[in-house]
Design a protein around this ligand. Structure first.
Ligand SMILES: *[C@@H]1O[C@H](CO)[C@@H](O)[C@H](O)[C@H]1NC(C)=O
Ligand SMILES: *[C@@H]1O[C@H](CO)[C@@H](O)[C@H](O)[C@H]1NC(C)=O
Length: 532
């Protein structure tokens, strides 16, 4: 009992000393003490804006090999700092085209941040990367060690996919869809470092609700924790400029923080370039219809300056986040398949009503469908693994090609991706009672690599080769990505090429490009339908 109270008193005394909120202006750095119960002291370099030290509960979390910063570091910046209302320390780092803010709120072990850009940083992407001590923070949340590449024995692909303990690993396998990615962390026994991201964090990012990129990587020298805003990895739209954020780099003990516990509205009082407070924003609400209950119903808004999204409720009703005034394209998604698009105007202080209905029409007669048409490869062979490992991983099922018999096999027997050098020539066998009328084959894909596209042979008839899809200059399926522009290829099959009884369709991957194995031209499937 006595020992316990002495211990408690010592802790109490210790936290009094370290809990002094404030800013210290040194020759080369600003040191910010958060004054939090779990102490946090961060040091920002005055010449570069690099965070060079993060001491949490007395332990240095910052890696000694590379610092924590926006992009790959600003190199040089004009760095200033001020204390506001005895409650906030705001560090401002300015270059000609970028202003980065780091804000510490008294009593909280968090680095709140926001980044204003008028041009893309020179490295060609916008991200904040914390490089932390991997002996203290070795693990990743929420996807575990899929992105732990320390201890690799072999390089599988490029300079970013490795073999560890017989498993393929890559920083890319830690990605999560923007719409779902509110909190991601690296952690150890009793410390978590996390990015917490409200809707506003993605407002000036690019790629839409289903975009995903690197979140975590225990790579050997350090553990990196990254928040990607504009990325060149499977990029499908132009980068946005303006204010990215606020977002927070948080430090906690054993718990993963919850977005709901964070309030970022104090940024309105801190003179942040490009910040638009709630009072200067409006909303869109309405009802989305026509998306079946087997799917997610997602509504998204975008224009050149901003992007937002929301899940609709089960009754289809939705309300947007607080959006900046302007004209937006509002899209409805059946999970990830775009099924409607319309324009909507939003003004500050008001809610615009706008209902949206799926324009997807069911064919008169569906003969069969393989997979579900939802903009994802979900359900196909290996789709349950592709986000988290390389297609060559020994845990993957054999890629085929197989002879898929409609009515006997199901989508889990059909490879999620067809590769020119691996499983081109995938077959579908089906029987028709009546071959007296034409039919249409539609192959929906989610992503093409190296212009890979399907050319089909129906029985003995070879259909025309489709035009090449719009090229995305980035690896895809091998890095856990599946979402690109999403092409749909339609083949009109004349009745003269069909027979009553057994028919076959062979899908070949064509492309002018070459490449070995899983880096050969390829495409990812969403669904395949035969209808009249
Ligand atoms: C696909 O069908 C063609 C034509 O019937 C046949 O030659 C080929 O062996 C089949 N491939 C597979 C993998 O079953
Ligand atoms: C389809 O695949 C699922 C999952 O592997 C399996 O449970 C089901 O039995 C399969 N159905 C048929 C008809 O093969």
């Amino acid at each position: 009992m006595l020992a316990t109270s002495i211990f408690a008193a010592a802790i109490g005394f210790g936290s009094l000393v370290t809990a002094q909120f404030g800013l210290t202006d040194n020759d080369d750095s600003y040191v910010v003490n958060a004054g939090s119960a779990n102490s946090l002291v961060a040091t920002v370099d005055k010449a570069s804006c690099d965070v060079t030290s993060i001491v949490y509960r007395g332990a240095e979390l910052q890696s000694s090999s590379k610092y924590t910063h926006i992009g790959s570091g600003l190199g040089s910046a004009t760095v200033s700092a001020q204390t506001i209302d005895d409650q906030y320390v705001k560090v401002t780092c300015e270059t000609d085209t970028l202003t980065h803010y780091i804000v510490v709120k008294s009593g909280e072990a968090n680095l709140y941040m926001a980044t204003y850009t008028s041009a893309e940083p020179e490295i060609g992407e916008l991200r904040y990367i914390a490089r932390l001590d991997n002996s203290i923070l070795p693990s990743s949340y929420p996807f575990g060690d899929v992105s732990t590449t320390v201890g690799s024995t072999e390089t599988i692909e490029g300079s970013d996919v490795f073999l560890v303990d017989g498993e393929t690993r890559s920083k890319f396998y830690s990605s999560d869809r923007f719409i779902d990615d509110h909190v991601h962390c690296v952690y150890g026994d009793d410390t978590h470092a996390c990015f917490v991201k409200p809707a506003l964090a993605y407002e000036a990012a690019s790629g839409g609700p289903f975009f995903r990129d690197i979140d975590t990587n225990n790579g050997g020298d350090y553990t990196s924790l990254t928040f990607y805003m504009n990325s060149g990895h499977v990029q499908t739209e132009a980068f946005r400029m303006g204010l990215h954020g606020p977002y927070a780099l948080t430090f906690s003990r054993s718990g993963v923080p919850a977005l709901a516990d964070f309030d970022f509205s104090f940024f309105a009082d801190l003179d942040i370039q490009g910040y638009v407070a709630e009072s200067g924003r409006g909303y869109v609400s309405g009802t989305a219809s026509g998306v079946g209950s087997d799917y997610q119903t997602v509504v998204a808004w975008s224009n050149d300056e901003a992007q937002y999204w929301a899940y609709a409720s089960t009754d289809g009703s939705f309300t947007s986040p607080a959006v900046k005034p302007g004209t937006y394209t509002m899209k409805l998604y059946q999970t990830e398949l775009e099924v409607a698009s319309q324009s909507v105007d939003v003004s500050a202080g008001s809610t615009t009503s706008s209902d949206i209905a799926s324009t997807l029409t069911a064919p008169t007669t569906s003969l069969w469908t393989i997979g579900s048409c939802d903009g994802q490869p979900t359900g196909f062979l290996n789709a349950d693994k592709q986000l988290r490992m390389h297609p060559s991983d020994s845990r993957m099922s054999d890629w085929g090609p197989t002879d898929f018999v409609v009515g006997e096999a199901n989508a889990t027997d059909f490879p999620m991706a067809l590769f020119k050098a691996v499983n081109s020539g995938q077959n579908i066998t089906f029987s028709l009672e009546d071959a007296s009328s034409d039919a249409t084959l539609r192959i929906r894909t989610t992503l093409a690599f190296a212009s890979g596209r399907p050319q089909v042979v129906v029985n003995t008839w070879t259909a025309d080769a489709p035009d090449a899809p719009t090229k995305i200059d980035s690896r895809g399926v091998t890095r856990g990505a599946y979402r690109g522009y999403g092409e749909a290829y339609e083949v009109d099959i004349p009745s003269s090429e069909l027979v009553a009884g057994q028919n076959s369709i062979q899908i070949n991957v064509i492309s002018g490009s070459s490449g070995d194995e899983f880096l050969s031209p390829n495409f990812i499937l969403d669904c395949i339908e035969l209808y009249r």
